[in-house]
Design a protein around this ligand. Structure first.
Ligand code: ZN
Length: 875
């Protein structure tokens, strides 16, 4: 699955928001265990559905082939929101008997009870049932456009049970025969290819029968019904299709080209050919996540699949590419080999995250993906330095706990840990370990140990000890390097917290590879253990302890070594290493181990850097300084003057946009424009941004879209009714998901009086899809000028806001409150949500409160330093 926030861009705070929404949660002890018994094991489902898209209901029937270990008269499986009509079992003894059903909605289970004991051995369950096509974007649900209804599925993690009674746990793998009776003229898509398509039963209907699927988990089953149209291609003998509603089929060829690159890339990398004959990619009008890796039938939010390459911004192109190859990587990591249980969901998500970057970097070397990855690592390290972080592998039993496992730790931290491991073992050794792991467990399930034991065996290196240390332990280390002497450097390690008031447990230590930089591009990797006092230093020239920026740790240097790094930052370090150094320095400011001025000095030294990701990374921290540390008008003005002095020359050097500008140049220009206007208060550039915005909205193909969208974001900040109406019209009438989405996001960025309430009322009106509503609040809370009013609106319209939220969207709303930076606001947030609890969002509330406390502490400690540093700057 892919996080849903991947699809939005809101300009200056885009990435910061994405980071903030890397949701983290503490875990309470598991509620009553909800695991099914292993006395009954399913092996095959034959499923028939007849959805009624107008009435939003469906009828279904299934036969499940099961094996019974011990004789029993009761079978428990998962079901919720299902009406059972008849239940029968046919046992090994040849007897068929009807069963009665008792439901346990709390556990989302149904127990089928039979009068006579069913003997051990094979048996067949036959169940007839009915259900509703719900509006909750999970299970078997209804998606709507202005023209018609669609029936689609989303089962991960625990929602297959809303479509049919099943053994809904990842280790109960089975094969599936799916048949759908649908309206004549409609099509259906499912995991495997169509085996038969026959008229009836009944008038104006036809029945589509799909080939038997491979053995797989319930959460990977999918079927969609409607008038989807597709563009088709082929790679490595696999039929590829990208499908959308008919009005959007023109936006499918880009995704097809990505899939045609990635399929042979993966076949080759994994050494295991894609196991199905076809692979479909389907854009769904209403979709909660970003995308879902159903085996052979990947579903997407439209913004994450469909684009027009002529008008797409670079961010959209990168997001769509990463999401497609992420889901394709899951066909092996997750679909072919599945985690035994959700506690190891990182085996799915960490791998898909690591691989999406690797595959995209191979497809687009000019996108500088390693720098993008290094910047992402800084954000994850910051999240993991909070007290509410969790270990990569953590307990999860209830559906709410399982849903909360899909967070920044399972995706980001696990992905970076795998990158560190690959970097240490070498690409080819690591690839062989991956192949050995997949080959040993294909069509089955695996645990973390299965993975690292395979890598240990292939490499002959202590991967098991390293991975156990990183996967089971909570948090991250900071490595304190002394001045190197006589060819060695001593290292002290302890857990790192951003908050200076937390004292780490002195006994917590890690075993992990540390790669020291040697020469221009070399590295020397050594394994640091809890008892290692020192490492050998192979290169005495410039000491840098995170070669390539791939190590999952923070580094601290002795003063002379840090001064040398600062002096040679543009010549001695690679761009990824500069990003890593900046991240370490900013983390130290937040932990009160350095002064904010030290960070700004580093940002000054890096301001001429020609790499967009280096600039983007430091610009985000400068945004944070302006928003969170600068407390007075005078400080903000002085900081704005510094921003103009520091970054205007770089912006001027880029010159006006040219058709042959590189992606890097386009990104740099857009990001500098945002920084120089929003926090640099450059009035001339603001006027220029308004002009570019107008041109972009009039003719999106006439302006570099990356620049055009940044300009609209600036124009919206100071926008008027004409601009607001224009954006509303784009959202309601454009057939380009990217533009629609972009226009909607900008509506909450208006800071002139009156517009925010209008935008929020619009967000909770039926004119905005529920999949988008909560984001509007989350984005508005990021904008300092709009924060108080957004919170006041939320409280005043609570009942209406609540009804617009889909089951998992409440967390975005709750966590948005974490942008406040005062004790009064914190208490208000606490009290309000205590009185108005949001289901399954208590952990997000704790994280929000922690975020507010962190901001208060940061401002208290660093604001005097900022004031002093600003006063010492030349005017
Ligand atoms: Zn995923």
């Amino acid at each position: 699955m892919k996080f849903r926030w991947n699809s939005f861009f809101i300009g200056a705070n885009g990435c910061a928001l994405a980071v903030f929404l890397y949701l983290l949660c503490g875990f309470s002890h598991a509620a009553s265990a909800q695991r099914l018994s292993t006395n009954v094991i399913p092996s095959h489902y034959a499923l028939q559905f007849a959805p009624d898209l107008k009435a939003a209901t469906f009828t279904g029937s299934e036969t499940i082939d099961i094996a019974i270990k011990q004789p029993t008269s009761a079978i428990t499986l998962n079901a919720i929101e299902i009406e059972f009509e008849t239940v029968e079992i046919h046992g090994r003894d040849g007897q068929t008997q009807a069963g009665s059903v008792s439901l346990d909605p709390e556990k989302q289970q149904a127990t089928l009870t039979f009068a006579k004991t069913i003997p051990a051995g094979d048996a067949t369950l036959q169940i007839h049932f009915t259900g509703i096509l719900n509006n909750e974007l999970r299970g078997f649900y209804l998606s709507k456009t202005a023209r018609r209804n669609y029936a689609v599925t989303q089962f991960e993690a625990t929602d297959a049970r809303r479509a049919f009674p099943c053994f809904d746990e990842p280790a109960f793998k089975a094969t599936y025969d799916v048949a759908l009776t649908i309206d004549a003229g409609d099509t259906a898509i499912s995991n495997s290819a169509i085996a038969a398509d026959t008229p009836g039963p009944g008038p104006a209907k036809h029945t589509v029968v799909f080939a038997t699927t491979p053995k797989m988990s319930t959460y990977l089953l999918a079927f969609v019904v409607g008038d989807f149209e597709c563009s088709s291609g082929e790679a490595d003998g696999v039929a590829l299709r990208v499908c959308a509603t008919p009005d959007k089929v023109a936006l499918t060829p880009y995704a097809l080209s990505v899939a045609e690159f990635a399929l042979p890339y993966y076949d080759n990398y994994f050494g295991i050919h894609f196991p199905l004959k076809k692979l479909d990619f389907i854009g769904i009008p209403d979709f909660e996540a970003g995308a879902m890796e159903n085996f052979g039938a990947i579903t997407f939010r439209e913004t994450d699949l469909l684009l027009d390459p002529k008008t797409a911004s670079f961010q959209t192109e990168r997001t769509v590419t990463l999401d497609i190859v992420h889901e394709m990587a899951h066909q092996w990591f997750g679909d072919l080999v599945t985690m035994q249980w959700w506690d190891n969901v990182w085996l799915n998500e960490g791998f898909a995250t690591w691989m999406e970057n690797k595959c995209t970097a191979a497809m687009h070397p000019e996108w500088n993906i390693p720098q993008f990855v290094a910047a992402d690592e800084q954000k994850i390290l910051d999240i993991d330095a909070q007290p509410t972080t969790r270990a990569i592998r953590a307990e999860a039993n209830t559906p709410e706990e399982i849903d909360q496992m899909f967070d920044g730790i399972a995706y980001g931290k696990a992905g970076h840990v795998l990158l560190m491991l690959e970097n240490y073992l070498g690409e080819e050794t690591f690839r062989q370990g991956v192949h050995a792991y997949l080959a040993a467990h294909q069509y089955g399930n695996a645990t973390a140990e299965d993975f690292w034991n395979a890598q240990t065996q292939v490499s002959g290196k202590p991967v098991d000890r390293i991975m156990a240390s990183l996967v089971a332990q909570t948090g991250e280390p900071i490595l304190d390097f002394s001045a190197p002497a006589a060819g060695r450097v001593s290292v002290a390690q302890q857990r790192f917290f951003l908050s200076p008031s937390i004292v780490p447990d002195p006994t917590q230590k890690w075993t992990l590879p540390v790669c020291l930089k040697t020469g221009a591009n070399g590295m020397d990797c050594q394994v640091l253990t809890p008892s290692s006092p020192s490492l050998a230093v192979p290169d005495a020239n410039l000491f840098f302890a995170n070669a390539g920026g791939n190590g999952y740790y923070r580094s601290a240097y002795a003063p002379a070594q840090y001064a040398a790094l600062l002096a040679h930052v543009e010549t001695g370090l690679a761009p990824e290493e500069r990003i890593s150094l900046m991240g370490d320095q900013w983390a130290k400011v937040r932990a009160n181990k350095a002064k904010v001025g030290d960070y700004l000095d580093l940002a000054s030294a890096l301001s001429p850097d020609p790499n967009a990701d280096v600039l983007v990374n430091s610009a985000e921290n400068v945004d944070d300084i302006a928003n969170d540390i600068a407390a007075t008008r005078q400080e903000r003005d002085a900081l704005a003057a510094w921003i103009r002095r520091t970054y205007a020359p770089q912006f001027a050097k880029l010159g006006p946009p040219a058709p042959d500008d590189s992606i890097n140049t386009r990104q740099l220009r857009a990001r500098l424009l945002l920084l120089l206007t929003i926090h640099g208060n450059d009035a001339d550039l603001e006027t220029e941004a308004r002009r570019i915005a107008d041109q972009y909205l009039s003719d999106p193909a006439s302006v570099d879209p990356t620049l055009g969208q940044a300009a609209v974001n600036i124009a919206a900040r100071y926008g008027d009714a004409a601009l607001f109406d224009r954006l509303e019209k784009i959202y309601e009438t454009s057939n380009q998901p990217e533009l629609q989405n972009f226009a909607l996001r900008q509506m909450v960025a208006f800071t002139n009086p009156g517009f925010l309430d209008r935008a929020l009322e619009y967000a909770i009106s039926p004119r905005v899809r529920n999949q988008d509503s909560a984001f509007q609040f989350a984005i508005a809370m990021k904008i300092p000028e709009n924060r108080d009013a957004t919170w006041a609106f939320t409280k005043a319209h609570w009942d209406q806001v609540r009804t617009e939220l889909t089951p998992e969207m409440g967390e975005y709303l709750v966590e948005g409150a974490g942008n406040f930076c005062s004790a009064a606001a914190r208490d208000d947030v606490k009290n309000f949500y205590a009185a108005h609890p949001v289901p399954a969002a208590d952990a997000y509330l704790r994280h929000a409160i922690e975020h507010i406390d962190g901001c208060i502490e940061l401002r208290r400690l660093q604001e005097p330093n900022l004031k002093k540093w600003l006063a010492a700057q030349p005017q």
